[in-house]
Design a protein around this ligand. Structure first.
Ligand SMILES: [Zn+2]
Length: 209
């Protein structure tokens, strides 16, 4: 997910470093042993189909996770799913504030999302953005708490409970692994507007270099 502009949540704080993430790099020291890889953008097939379960918790997985942290920090995101660097495996990383503004960081392999029961949900509204749809944001209501069950990089079971932006991030990243982008949750006309704006900016950037 893009880091928030004012109140954003998502995997990438694109807007130039004014977001909630702590100023573009000072705080986020980790992932140094990994290598940042190019981010995949909306339209890439790997983003639009479900990812595969991880079955081997080996050095290759650890290297992938290190690259994912490096890629997330390079892109100034607060969360990143493996298919956002072109790898169709069920893994995401995050370094994201919760409702107390405290940053929490980790990796979840083979996540299963758990939301409060429908009667107990509070929906939070937030300007969400995504590293794979750079430059765009949209208000999207989501439950204000969420948890994921999954595994760490060694295969040990873990549970991550999130509030605030982290709750949104857990949902956003799990969506990625199902082949779903946040824009897919928007009304069709709004989704189309955002994708058109994204393409226009991308093409303009290509022309101007
Ligand atoms: Zn995203």
């Amino acid at each position: 997910m893009a880091a928030g502009g004012e109140g954003g949540t998502d995997d990438g704080n694109r807007g130039g470093g004014t977001g909630t993430e702590g100023g573009g790099g000072g705080r986020r020291g980790e992932g140094r042993e990994g290598t940042a890889r190019p981010i995949t953008f909306v339209g890439a097939p790997v983003l639009h189909r479900p990812c595969r379960e991880v079955t081997r918790f080996d050095g290759e997985l650890a290297a992938l996770v290190a690259d994912m942290f490096a890629s997330m920090y390079a892109a100034r995101g607060v969360g990143l799913a493996a298919n956002q660097i072109g790898v169709g495996l069920r893994v995401f990383v995050y370094d994201c504030p919760d409702e107390t503004e405290e940053y929490r960081k980790g990796v979840v392999v083979n996540p299963a999302l758990v939301l409060p029961a429908p009667g107990e949900r509070n929906l939070a509204d937030y300007e969400e953005g995504c590293l794979s749809v750079p430059g765009q944001r949209a208000s999207l209501p989501r439950p204000d708490r969420a948890a994921v069950h999954g595994f760490d990089v060694t295969g040990a079971p873990i549970t991550v409970e999130g509030t605030g932006v982290l709750a949104r991030c857990l949902q956003h990243e799990t969506d990625h692994l199902e082949g779903r982008l946040y824009v897919d949750r928007l009304p069709a006309d709004q989704r189309a507007r955002i994708l058109t704006a994204y393409e226009r900016e991308r093409d303009r950037a290509a022309v101007t270099g």
